[in-house]
Write a new protein. Sequence first.
Length: 59
Amino acid sequence: MKSKKGEYIDKVLKRYRKQIDKSDLIKEVKKHQEYIKHSQKRRNNLIKARYKQFIKSNI
């Protein structure tokens, strides 16, 4: 990423961070830091689904 002439470094860093956040690069890196078994992924998804249903029914 190149900075524009006369642009402050804070502004350039802010633009860079926004670009990284939009690309979801950080989430992808964190996701691959540890291995999660398929059964654990399924269990986590079930827990999330139950929680969403619980929240929806209590509104």
